[in-house]
Design a protein. Sequence first.
Length: 223
Amino acid sequence: MPNPAIVNLTKATPTVSLDKHGLTSELIRGNLNWASPQAAAQRAAGEARGSLGRIRASLRSATSTTVDLDLGCMTRCTGGSKTVVQALGNAFGAVVRFPYVVLDSDDRTGARETGENLVINLDHQAEFQKLLLFVYIYQESGDLCGLDAVMTLTSDNGDRFRVVLDECPPQVHACAIALIKRQKGELVIGREVRWFTPQDGPGVQDVISRPYRLGMKWTPGRK
């Protein structure tokens, strides 16, 4: 068996074919790992040496902002069916029926070591037209700068496809991370890293979906 591949999707090499890696069935897992300022400060407080260092680290932790970062996936199938998988509205999806995408949890602090994870069932990949992986800050409780967010897609055979959310401009509250779509008969992952600011519009999901022509209609929701 060949060693699992590690593919970094960058501006220079933004796309990769899943078919060329033999990924035409089974599951692929998308992990978003990030660290909120508060979680980072709490870890520093626990690792600080000396009473003065612990006091300073504790003060930084107390004044740090909690950021609730949400991972999601907008799905459009070849028959026209479309939906979104996200924590908002408890729309966690399903892996054995439409939309064949499921979100495992809602990490509201960034302290969860495994972050948030999407599972995509490639047994139904022939039905996929577009899968847009995105992230946004719930209720705009801060911005995405300094969160060191990384999206990693891992196949059952261990192949990993990484997208680093780098070059983040100030005051952005959402990002279209990657687009999985059918291209010349193959399923292709493409790096997007497209940023959105509060000024872009009132509904963050609507703003993210529009450039990708997913044809979705949105209503306000809470979690």
